[in-house]
Design a protein around this ligand. Structure first.
Ligand SMILES: [Zn+2]
Length: 298
């Protein structure tokens, strides 16, 4: 086996690893769908931290940029109405749990904002900023009044709300990445993160056969490992982690999402009665400057 790409676990800092999935002859990726949905047969090795359960692909795909740039965004956009409702649920949940209102000059930043569905929900509340590497979304984002920023343009303590949905699991080194994004949050502001939940019963039973184990997901978290990662990477934080709302879809959306292109005849398309809550959501509040001072003076 290749050497392990982390000396210590990015989440809990221990160094007790075991091999969780090992495949001496992984198939090579032939298109973006293999990278996105291909499953374990395209993955050489997945390592698990014995202490917190964090898992990661050890031998990473070399041309990930290529596969992301070739993604067919129509598949992504076909899920728009369902993802939009999902984000609305998250927003309402967040406002209810944290009883938070934002000042009139507040700013929101969404990392890898895609077509801006999450940000547009905050249009009336805040100025909107996003990072997005795919050129496919630029026109849509400009229409939605979302300013696209490059990584080097991001300034510390500028944003009242920093978010990343379904992104952290794609990042090579999650702890340093998160620590950088945490610095962008204003004191008193929030970071909100959504990642696939590998602690779900289905994920635990199916193991490496679970549908979210795929070459593009470099990291696999559950609420324990995500909590450890946040404690380590986000100083002065109050952390809450809870199951995501369910994402509801219809049959044709589900089939497209699974990577099939052929349109489904309208007559047999049905709205699926139950959604699936595949993710965990972390809402992380950065202590306001005054409360930090009070704690130091105690
Ligand atoms: Zn660990």
């Amino acid at each position: 086996m290749n050497s392990i790409r982390f000396d210590i676990c990015p989440c809990c800092s221990c160094s007790d690893f075991i091999i969780w999935w090992n495949n001496r002859l992984p198939e090579s990726l032939k298109g973006w769908k293999d990278f996105f949905y291909g499953g374990r047969r395209f993955i050489r090795d997945i390592i698990s931290c014995r202490s917190c359960g964090y898992r990661f692909i050890n031998s990473l795909t070399k041309d990930s940029e290529k596969w992301y740039s070739r993604q067919d965004i129509e598949v992504y956009r076909s899920m728009e109405q369902f993802r939009s409702r999902y984000f609305e649920d998250i927003k309402n949940d967040m406002l209810k749990r944290f009883n938070k209102t934002f000042p009139t000059d507040a700013a929101a930043l969404d990392i890898a904002c895609g077509d801006g569905l999450w940000l547009q929900l905050w249009h009336a509340d805040m100025k909107l900023f996003g990072t997005e590497v795919s050129d496919n979304f630029k026109e849509i984002l400009t229409k939605k009044d979302i300013t696209i920023l490059r990584d080097e343009e991001l300034q510390p303590e500028q944003y009242d709300l920093v978010s990343m949905f379904d992104f952290l699991e794609h990042v090579e080194v999650p702890d340093s990445f998160l620590a950088h994004k945490w610095r962008l949050v204003k004191p008193g502001g929030f970071l909100i993160i959504g990642v696939p939940d590998m602690g779900k019963i289905a994920a635990r039973i199916l193991g490496s056969r679970y549908y979210l184990v795929c070459p593009m997901h470099y990291s696999y978290f559950d609420s324990l490992s995500l909590g450890k990662l946040l404690q380590k990477s986000c100083p002065d934080a109050d952390i809450a982690i809870y199951p995501s709302p369910p994402l509801k879809t219809d049959l044709s959306g589900m089939i497209k999402w699974l990577g099939y292109k052929k349109p489904l005849p309208k007559v047999i398309n049905i709205r699926l009665p139950v959604g699936y809550a595949a993710s965990i959501i972390a809402v992380v509040k950065k202590q306001a400057a005054e409360s930090k001072r009070r704690q130091i003076n105690k």
